[in-house]
Ligand binder design. Structure first.
Ligand SMILES: NC(=O)c1ccc[n+]([C@@H]2O[C@H](COP(=O)([O-])OP(=O)(O)OC[C@H]3O[C@@H](n4cnc5c(N)ncnc54)[C@H](OP(=O)(O)O)[C@@H]3O)[C@@H](O)[C@H]2O)c1
Length: 293
């Protein structure tokens, strides 16, 4: 497996996404012999994180559906002197997630649970009328799977005074957006669950971090063509942020400018709803796709 060279940022991207440095020897010192579970390790952010952790001496447990990708990643980790074990599973499938949990419970210890596996769908309601499964599937991977994994791992994480890191989306902190109902509802559901559970998790001596990400250049956003021209982070950059959070144990991590969006979402909520409805009506009219009730 060859590691792609990190994409260079445009000027605006440099401003929006300031670089993060992680001291490699500090990271190794902190993570050597730690057991780290990474869900969604086969592509994108999970893959970049795995490669970044490969030479720390941590024991990596990697899960995703694409077995070949996981096996190649495991070989790459080994070639960098690291240790990884892979588990191919569809975390939406009850039997498969249960056997993964059994596998985890048989480990000596678990120090980190990186909840990263996720599925995004951008689709209008008109195109979703016969696609209830989109909503069920996003809930299954973005909400139900991490709840089940977190509940099962908490006793082990508590024993090791471990750390749960949730890879969330900045969109959950912003005004709801049309076409994103399936994704945003499911990511918000887990974010809310995690925030509610946090005080109890802390009493179990387990650290928590929520990382709210803007756009990241991975295969997740590639079907949405308008994103090609929008500022986006590199997955390698996100991986460094996750490593930084592993070291600092900070509870919340979001871009420095997110407060502007959060504020605007509240102050201009009515205006933005009106503008969006108007825009959607124009688009639907132009496509001749009006649903008359
Ligand atoms: N990219 C962005 O703009 C962005 C922005 C904000 C937040 N995020 C969040 O970042 C996380 C990682 O996304 P990414 O951008 O790296 O996307 P990605 O490249 O598509 O990676 C998603 C990972 O999740 C795994 N996965 C998906 N469904 C699964 C299932 N049913 N069972 C097991 N594993 C599954 C995929 O592996 P397999 O296909 O091999 O199963 C893959 O390894 C997600 O939680 C996403 O919501 C991304």
């Amino acid at each position: 497996m060859t590691e792609n060279k990190e994409r260079k940022y445009s000027l605006i991207e440099k401003l929006l996404f300031p670089s993060v440095r992680v001291n490699a020897s500090k990271l190794t010192k902190a993570l050597v012999d730690k057991t780290i579970v990474i869900t969604g390790a086969s592509y994108g952010i999970g893959e970049s994180l795995t490669l970044q952790l490969a030479s720390t001496g941590a024991y990596l447990i990697l899960v995703a559906r694409t077995k070949d990708k996981l096996e190649a990643l495991k070989a790459e980790v080994a070639s960098r002197g690291g240790k990884a074990v892979v588990f191919a599973a569809d975390l939406r499938n009850e039997k498969e997630i249960d056997s993964f949990i059994q596998f985890l419970l048989h480990q000596n210890k678990i120090d980190y649970f990186i909840n990263n596996a996720g599925k995004s769908i951008r689709r209008s309601l008109l195109a979703s009328l016969d696609r209830y499964h989109d909503f069920a599937r996003t809930m299954a991977i973005n909400y139900e799977a991490p709840v089940k994994l977190a509940l099962s791992l908490l006793p082990k994480l508590s024993q090791s005074q471990g750390h749960i890191i949730n890879i969330s989306s900045l969109s959950v902190l912003m005004a709801p957006a049309p076409y994103w109902a399936a994704y945003q509802a499911s990511k918000t559901a887990f974010d809310q669950w995690f925030r509610c559970a946090m005080p109890e998790i802390h009493t179990m001596q387990v650290h928590t971090t929520s990382i709210y990400l803007p756009l990241v250049k991975t295969r997740m956003i590639s079907p949405t063509k308008i994103y090609d021209r929008m500022p986006a982070m590199n997955p390698e950059h996100v991986a460094r942020i996750i490593c930084h959070c592993m070291l600092t144990k900070r509870q919340v991590c979001k871009p420095w400018w997110s407060f502007l969006g959060e504020l605007a979402s509240v102050v201009f909520s009515k205006t933005s709803r009106r503008v969006l409805s108007c825009r959607l009506r124009t688009i639907q009219k132009s496509k001749g796709r009006f649903l008359l009730l």
